[in-house]
Write a protein that binds this ligand. Structure first.
Ligand SMILES: Cc1cc2nc3c(=O)[nH]c(=O)nc-3n(C[C@H](O)[C@H](O)[C@H](O)COP(=O)(O)OP(=O)(O)OC[C@H]3O[C@@H](n4cnc5c(N)ncnc54)[C@H](O)[C@@H]3O)c2cc1C
Length: 459
């Protein structure tokens, strides 16, 4: 069925989809952007932005509770209503994307609200909220930015309970008395600390043997000890075998036979995609895959580009936007179009302490067969850490390819771990020789000065 002809259809308007759509429209192409939910995607409404607003409030509480050890007395009474109101009114505009739609339309794009599927090469069929179907044929092609949904593991009984995912957690009006968090990755850890600091008794159940398992083991150990100090219970190496809910109480049977209970349960156990429903098979791609394989220009097939979480190069907003820039340049056939380079991908878990990392972990570098040297230095050993005192947990770890004398990975954990990471991202991205990094002047007394100490420890 031939439909309206346009240059490009962007399916899914996550951060990257919104960006690539606007870039192409501003360049004069006829662009249709489609989203079944909200323009901007998960990040501004259900993920990065509201959770970081929660964390801003949580950090203030954490710091206020440190006052007695530094500056006198403090009496903190958390009030979740301030957070809930801020998220609703300031952060998400009551989960309304009118401003984002307007931004896209002002760039020259046409927005269609609805669920899209690929029905033939270069053909997209959209089911709009009133049940009608609109068909678009894309002369240049289709860009996919459909993102991911929260994964809900097939645990006996779980589906029948009123569990939360991140989409519920950012809309709650009240903090529960107790909360079980299933999953100890970045999302689980961030939200566990938020609800704990606002008064919930939190238990994290983590299948892996440590928290944030994609990061260095030292990061997981640091978070576990910080969480223990704050009263968050962390149970690693355990899975939920059965979940039930009755009269306002969740009961979770663990695979060691133990049973734990709480008022609420948050499932933060990864993300899922449905490539079959999206119809990528109509472009000749494997629709049983978890995502879409792309080349260094984000091409997935003739006339098909994909960006964001579904490409499997890191589920981060900055990745989605990086790939959007590359896809746009390729679609516009720009002469000096950039190609993707993932060596220096940064990632930050916004807990307190914050965990920032870039590039390869030590284990990943060794798995690649590199001749690895590592250096480690705790922040507490630095003058800034000594001055900071309470809440100074953290470290710098650097991973060097000793044959080339350059860093291939680094972790910066601590009070401003994500910010200090910036220097390490430059080092990994630009392959600044380690020798040169050791000749730099690091300001005194800063947290980033610990990079110098970690470099001196390379062995
Ligand atoms: C709780 C939480 C916190 C996070 N915090 C951070 C953070 O601090 N920093 C960071 O970098 N990342 C963070 N992330 C990850 C980040 O949210 C995603 O990586 C980011 O949103 C980019 O995703 P995306 O571009 O792939 O698309 P998404 O943002 O997932 O958007 C995809 C869009 O496509 C639409 N869509 C899907 N299928 C269709 C279809 N068939 N038809 C029409 N529309 C469709 C959806 O409605 C959605 O709007 C967090 C994630 C979570 C869950």
């Amino acid at each position: 069925m031939a439909g309206a002809e346009v240059d490009v259809v962007v399916v899914g308007m996550g951060p990257g989809g919104e960006d690539v759509g606007a870039r192409l429209a501003r360049a004069g192409l006829d662009v249709v952007g489609v989203d079944g939910r909200l323009v901007g995607g998960e990040c501004p409404y259900y993920a990065c932005v509201p959770t970081k607003a929660m964390i801003r409030a949580t950090d203030a509480l954490g710091e206020a509770r440190r006052v007695p050890r530094l500056a006198g007395a403090s009496d903190v009474t958390p009030d979740w209503s301030l957070v809930a109101t801020r998220i609703r009114e300031e952060i998400t505009d009551n989960w309304d994307d009118a401003a984002a739609v307007e931004r896209f339309e002002n760039a020259g794009g046409t927005f269609v609200r609805g669920w899209a599927r690929l029905t033939a090469p270069r053909e997209v069929t959209v089911t709009t909220p009133n049940g009608k179907e609109e068909v678009f044929t894309a002369r240049r092609g289709v860009v996919l930015n459909t993102g991911t949904d929260p994964a809900v593991p097939p645990i006996d009984g779980l589906a029948e309970t009123p569990y939360w995912t991140n989409r519920d957690a950012v809309t709650v009006g009240e903090v529960p008395g107790s909360l079980i968090v299933l999953g100890g990755g970045p999302v689980g850890c961030e939200l566990a600390q938020v609800f704990s600091r606002f008064g919930a008794a939190v238990t994290i159940v983590q299948h892996a043997d440590r928290l944030v398992p994609a990061d260095e083991p030292e990061a997981g150990e640091l978070l576990a000890s910080s969480f223990a100090e704050e009263g968050i219970t962390v149970r690693t190496g355990l899975s939920a075998a059965r979940v039930s809910y009755e009269t306002g109480r969740f009961e979770v049977k663990l695979d060691n036979g133990e049973t734990i209970t709480a008022d609420r349960m948050l499932v933060a156990a990864g993300r899922r995609t449905d490539m079959k429903a999206l119809g990528i098979g109509s472009f000749g791609l494997d629709d049983s895959a978890r995502g879409v394989t792309v080349d260094e220009r984000m091409r997935a097939a003739d006339g098909l580009w994909a960006i964001g979480d579904i490409t499997g190069h890191g589920a981060f907003t900055h990745m989605s936007m990086y790939q959007a820039r590359i896809a746009a340049a390729d679609i516009l056939d720009e002469d000096d179009a950039e190609i993707a380079d993932y060596r220096a991908t940064p990632r930050v878990t916004f807990t307190d302490p914050e965990i920032g990392s870039v590039g390869l972990s030590e284990a990943a570098a060794r798995d690649k067969g590199l001749n690895v040297r590592t250096g480690y230095a705790p922040l507490s050993g630095s003058t800034r850490g000594f001055i900071h005192k309470v809440g100074n947990g953290g470290f710098i770890k650097v991973v060097e390819d000793a044959d080339r004398g350059v860093l291939v990975g680094a972790t910066s954990a601590g009070p401003t771990g994500g910010e200090v990471l910036g220097a390490l991202v430059v080092a990994v991205h630009a392959e600044v020789p380690t020798k040169l990094l050791r000749q730099m002047i690091y300001a005194y007394p800063t947290f980033h000065r610990t990079i110098e100490t970690a470099l001196a420890d390379l062995h």
